[in-house]
Design a protein. Structure first.
Length: 214
């Protein structure tokens, strides 16, 4: 079975479902009295709009959160959807999507990185060597020349909000496949990995154990 990660930037396609969300602007609304996990926009509900804000955060940074320090802190707390103590990760987005679709029960606090996937970096290829099923991958890298290398079959994006950092992501967070079926080809050999997140099918972070065989 071929690896079924969709060729999208994280769940960027979700942004088509929420009108009025700007890439680098303030996507917040007025806060509500009680905190609801996943309610990042403060409207009292955990919805697809919150998933879009969290996705835009991964793509564009803190500019998508509220400029008000108190409300921003509230947004960050609400974004720890799986209660692992690390908010605004790809796993939190996956967990929120499961809640929205009714596939998840209330989160049980767990320590992050309970599972590990070995990732081998060999020249221009990243190979995942484990049968653990994954729902999403998030990579944030920067290259010395600030350019955008060709990444196949993964989408690529020049981050206009933060400069020459290249953000690479894949996965629609609705399907799961064994990590061993994932290959990232034409990965720039001189790239520095700034952030690397893996989500399992239940919405929990998986630790990427990097082995550099270049």
């Amino acid at each position: 079975m071929s690896f079924r990660f969709r060729m999208v930037i994280l769940v960027a396609a979700l942004s088509m479902l929420a009108l009025g969300l700007s890439s680098c602007g303030d996507d917040s609304v007025s806060p509500v009295d009680e905190l609801t996990l996943g309610d990042v926009d403060g409207d009292g509900l955990a919805s697809i709009a919150d998933a879009v804000i969290m996705t835009n955060y991964k793509l564009y940074g803190e500019g998508v959160l509220s400029p008000d320090p108190q409300f921003r802190a509230r947004q960050v707390r609400a974004a720890d959807c799986n209660l692992d103590g690390i908010p605004l990760t790809i796993a939190d987005i996956k967990y929120l999507m499961l809640n929205i679709t009714g596939s998840n029960s209330s989160p049980i606090p767990v320590a992050p990185y309970a599972d590990t996937v070995v990732v081998v970096r060999d020249g221009s290829t990243l190979t995942f060597e484990d049968e653990l099923s994954l729902a999403g991958v998030y990579l944030k890298i920067v290259t010395p020349d600030g350019g955008i290398p060709k990444l196949v079959p993964y989408a690529k994006l020049q981050n206009d909000c933060t400069g020459d950092t290249l953000i690479v992501g894949s996965g629609d967070l609705t399907t799961c496949s064994p990590a061993s079926e994932l290959r990232i080809k034409d990965f720039p050999s001189d790239a520095e990995i700034l952030e690397f997140e893996l989500s399992d099918c239940k919405g929990y972070l998986v630790y990427p154990q990097m082995i550099d065989s270049r």
